[in-house]
Design a protein around this ligand. Sequence first.
Ligand SMILES: CC(C)(COP(=O)(O)OP(=O)(O)OC[C@H]1O[C@@H](n2cnc3c(N)ncnc32)[C@H](O)[C@@H]1OP(=O)(O)O)[C@@H](O)C(=O)NCCC(=O)NCCS
Length: 157
Amino acid sequence: MSGWHLAAINQTDIEQILAIERQAFQHPWQRTHFENRLAVENACHYCAKINDDAAAAPLIAYAFMHLFGSQLHLLKIAVTAKRRRCGIGSELLEQCFSREVQRGARKVFLEVRPSNIPAVGLYRKLGFVVIGKRHKYYRDSKEDALVLIKKLIKEDK
Ligand SMILES: CC(C)(COP(=O)(O)OP(=O)(O)OC[C@H]1O[C@@H](n2cnc3c(N)ncnc32)[C@H](O)[C@@H]1OP(=O)(O)O)[C@@H](O)C(=O)NCCC(=O)NCCS
């Protein structure tokens, strides 16, 4: 399988992101949501692109985050369906977290549906621990969210 590299997301990537988003989520973010995220201060967004000399290298995964002081909030991650379970999601997040540590991130937290077995498995593999629940967090299904956290700097309590 071809290799990939981490890249910053820009407006020209949104079409490819939307294609993955619509296959990955029952309630996908719309184009304007992605466009707005790209303009938000302290937003951080990265994608994985196939190593290719062409300007429009295929985009196979992406992650959207927000840095609040030293806390990083992971809002979303998705990997294109045919490339899942190959380690891309975990490697993408590890690389994103390393970059954000350089910008001052010390912890990362996220919400996840308990029913999303692949995502819960991914986060546990990366060392996230459950610290609580948000009651009926998901408006579509009224499902609770698990709140997970991971320290990015070992000496932090
Ligand atoms: C969740 C998601 C990003 C995982 O990406 P991925 O590249 O497939 O993940 P990885 O290959 O790095 O897997 C890492 C670990 O996650 C767990 N995992 C991933 N897919 C799994 C599955 N289908 N079933 C059970 N565990 C799974 C495993 O523990 C895996 O480690 P292992 O392969 O050594 O057993 C991907 O499934 C996806 O895009 N899902 C749709 C979007 C989504 O739900 N995003 C999360 C909420 S925002």
